[in-house]
Design a binder for this molecule. Structure first.
Ligand code: RB5
Length: 143
């Protein structure tokens, strides 16, 4: 895999972030922090990731906070981001196939590491199906 994948987390998600990175050593990760349990604000890390993607430094991203909720809400405030908060592999597959999600959000306090790993695996490999889904995704840009 040659494309860079941005990854960022708050203090509730940085352990899972590091676990995910270790599970996919062949991915060219762009790690935007955080890297400790010191309290930080999830919108800042969603913003760092959105900026990196806007600048073309990464084509897709992974965001992690305690629940995945705050960081996914923050990410979706950025017009070029389609962030999907998922809790299972089916969601991770469908957000690529139907929604062309470019960012996956995970809740480190809500799912186990193995499920998170499988979600990332599917998110990175599944392709957007286009077709009937394309016009719906296009409409997201004018919401
Ligand atoms: C941080 O304590 C926690 O609120 C955050 O990680 C996330 O769960 C917010 O949605």
């Amino acid at each position: 895999m040659t494309e860079s994948i941005a990854i960022a987390a708050d203090h509730g998600g940085y352990i899972l972030k590091d676990y995910i990175k270790a599970q996919f050593p062949n991915v060219d990760w762009l790690d935007l922090g955080t890297n400790s349990a010191d309290s930080v604000d999830y919108p800042d890390f969603a913003g760092k990731l959105a900026a990196a993607m806007k600048d073309g430094k990464a084509s897709r991203g992974i965001l992690i906070c305690g629940s995945g909720i705050g960081i996914s809400i923050a990410a979706n405030r950025h017009a070029h981001i389609r962030c999907a908060l998922v809790h299972d592999v089916t969601g991770a597959r469908l957000c690529r196939q139907h929604n062309d999600a470019n960012v996956l959000a995970l809740g480190a306090r809500l799912i186990g590491q193995e499920v998170a790993k499988d979600c990332v695996d599917v998110f990175l490999s599944a392709e957007f199906e286009g077709g009937r889904h394309q016009k719906r995704v296009d409409k997201l840009s004018s919401c």
